[in-house]
Design a protein around this ligand. Sequence first.
Ligand code: HAM
Length: 429
Amino acid sequence: MSKSLQAIRGMNDILPEQTPLWRYFEGTVASLLDGYGYRQIRMPIVEFTELFKRSIGEVTDIVEKEMYTFEDRNGDSLTLRPEGTAACVRAVLEHGLAGGGQTQKLWYIGPMFRHERPQKGRYRQFHQIGVEVFNLDGPDIDAELIVLTWRLWGLLGIRDAVTLELNSLGTSEARAVYRDALVEFLSARADQLDEDSRRRLSSNPMRILDSKSPETQALLVDAPKLADYLDEASRVHFEGLKARLDAAGIPYVINPKLVRGLDYYSKTVFEWVTDKLGSQGTVCAGGRYDGLVEQMGGKPTTGVGFAMGIERLVLLLETLDKVPAEIARQVDVYLCAFGEAAELAALTLSERLRDQVPGLRLQVNAGGGSFKSQFKKADKSGALYAVILGEDELAQQVVGFKPLRGQAEQQSIAIDALAEHLATSLEKA
Ligand code: HAM
């Protein structure tokens, strides 16, 4: 195929074989969030570029090198959203959703865009489910966010494969003092830093903490520690969170190097990581951003949230063989009809069955075909039963009812009794 007709590198089609697993995952998360009282919000995929620069931070990887930015026909600079928090905060501000100290517990789902180097688990269009909470400033809500993700891992059967990493970044004031101390320490040793870290020394020194360079990591052993610079309020908040996780029996590890790649965080940050996916092992990440709303022009409003990468979680379910068998089946019954009169009758019969058996997944044969070819299609559809309607059956007002899985024999069922027979058979299946 010519190059112009291929999908863009790092942007994937999600094919019909894969969508049942996506829908199972998305449905599980949606009903879990319903159960905790979160409400869905839907934001546009494109926003003014300025929004992301102001919220994520000018000197982050995302804003510096990864955004899909373009000028539209009005000459405005627009960007495909690289994440959901900024747009969610913009929507909350624009519609006054957190006005007067109102609490909001929101969630969203959708594609995000980052021009990263594609590899397993890392794409240029990827999908997140994110949660954002406004105007709740205690560690209880941080704990709830973690507890609900822990419940999700339980529902999906992947608890053993994920680890919770936690850190506290303190308030921006405390962090500024720490940043100065870190810069002073590292500046004196700048010649030993890797090139990226040396550049970050003036732009974003905290990111040096998660440098991949072993030499830089060795230098950091004696560097000032963020934990020693935490302000009292952040320390108490962090202790409160840990006590709640302990009470809930959720295991975690404190990772003092966890700083996150977005500038808006304060106090709590966390990541759920797995070692089952190679280098792209963070499946869910987030934290508190108490200063962001104000920084974007709103009244002081605290915020906390997280986002999970759907591709990575779907990949993890597949890798761990945790795909429930029943989600693969998309058809319960395949209706075969032979001859024109039977085809006409099949149309009304199928519509009646849809009325009578709620939730029935019924596929009606289209395009005619011999016995052999229709049975082949019935089998391939994955249906549990074939219902057969030919001239003889029609004359006797019956159908053939053929179980397609297992050894049971075909039976003859009166058309009027078919709905009930189907409902009970499917209930038992
Ligand atoms: P993030 O860490 O940039 O945070 O992304 C969250 C998750 O999205 C990652 O842990 C990962 O699972 C997934 N993800 C990120 N980039 C890619 C990619 N290129 N390909 C596949 N999956 C990816 C945020 O986006 C914050 N907005 C999270 C947040 C919400 N913090 C507070 N509220």
